[in-house]
Design a protein around this ligand. Structure first.
Ligand code: ATP
Ligand code: MG
Length: 294
């Protein structure tokens, strides 16, 4: 289905089918959205599915976590959403083969106010991504921890949501809000929006609270909870300071393995939707896709 034309140069061709767009979202801060966005995107790329990561957060953590400082002068999502640049001009190749980045910059923070009076303000991201969508198998949107216009743009652009949750008591309180938000977006802007899955992050199966909260979330979301849970793993926290996804920082770490497993699960689900999709990510990584190229 996806054919990589120039490996390592972030240029691809595809058969004309459109990328599936996932928004990694949870209005709660610090639950592992960015860690998931970077490492899921890298693991999908390791499976040889061309993947685009879009940093939709003025904190710019996904950009800096891939080695692109938000303080450098470079056009990014801000210019794209203001229609001053096309997506094509904003894509950066990353150290991870097959993974492109559409970076954020600090000025994104002002955009919520700047767009308020503008036409089609909720559809800017969807429209921006449309021309590059057929080049990728997946587009991953890293959302801010807020219900602002940037987050709304991501929910309107997305086919589906991946919701990282830490299994602690307050996670349950966010669920009702999440469902309300999804319903509101469906009814006004994006009727096709789905919840792809809830992902347990920083999961510690040894604690009773983790287990209890996980059980409650499984009761509520059923098989939309990913089978893969991401453990608390220090390598996942260290990797961004080196500007690398965990896959290139420590291929054999538990955190890396967990995200490769998650990518495998995501691709499996896609295969049931589109039977011709990509090879197995764990196998691709084992055969050296994780060794990276500059
Ligand atoms: P924000 O809402 O501010 O955007 P976030 O939801 O994107 O936050 P992250 O930035 O991914 O959350 O993670 C918060 C902190 O927890 C970071 O320091 C990150 O390195 C660390 N972290 C995330 N997941 C794990 C994990 N599985 N194991 C260990 N540390 C983790
Ligand atoms: Mg984040």
């Amino acid at each position: 289905m996806f054919h990589v034309e120039h490996r390592g140069e972030a240029r691809y061709t595809a058969d004309g089918s459109m990328a599936r767009i996932f928004a990694i979202t949870n209005q709660k801060g610090g639950v592992g959205k960015t860690t998931t966005a970077i490492n899921l995107a890298a693991s999908l790329a390791a499976a040889e599915v061309p993947t685009l990561l879009v940093d939709c957060d003025p904190q710019c953590n996904a950009s800096s976590g891939l080695g692109f400082s938000p303080d450098e002068e470079r056009p990014g999502l801000y210019q794209g959403l203001r229609r001053e640049a096309a997506a094509e001009e904003l894509l950066l190749a990353t150290a991870m083969e097959g993974l492109a980045l559409l970076p954020a910059s600090r000025d994104l923070v002002g955009l919520n106010l700047e767009l308020v009076q503008e036409p089609e303000r909720e559809f800017r991201l969807r429209q921006l991504l449309e021309p590059v969508r057929e080049r990728f198998g997946f587009v991953i949107l890293d959302c801010p921890p807020a219900l602002d216009l940037l987050n709304l743009n991501a929910l309107v652009a997305a086919d589906s949501l991946i919701v990282p949750m830490q299994c602690e008591y307050f996670a349950l309180e966010g669920v009702a809000q999440l469902v309300k938000t999804v319903q509101a977006v469906q009814s006004v802007w994006n009727p096709a929006l789905e919840i792809e899955g809830v992902l347990f992050t920083q999961f510690d199966e040894r604690t009773n609270l983790s287990k209890q909260v996980a059980d409650n979330l499984r009761q509520y979301f059923g098989d939309r909870v990913f089978r893969t849970a991401i453990p608390r793993a220090v390598r996942l926290a260290e990797a961004p300071s080196h500007g690398l996804p965990a896959l290139l920082y420590d291929l054999k770490s538990r955190g890396t393995e967990a995200y490769l497993q998650l990518a495998h699960e995501v691709i499996e689900r896609e295969r049931t939707r589109q039977p011709s999709l990509a090879p197995d990510p764990a196998a691709a990584a084992a055969s050296g896709a994780g060794s990276g190229n500059p």
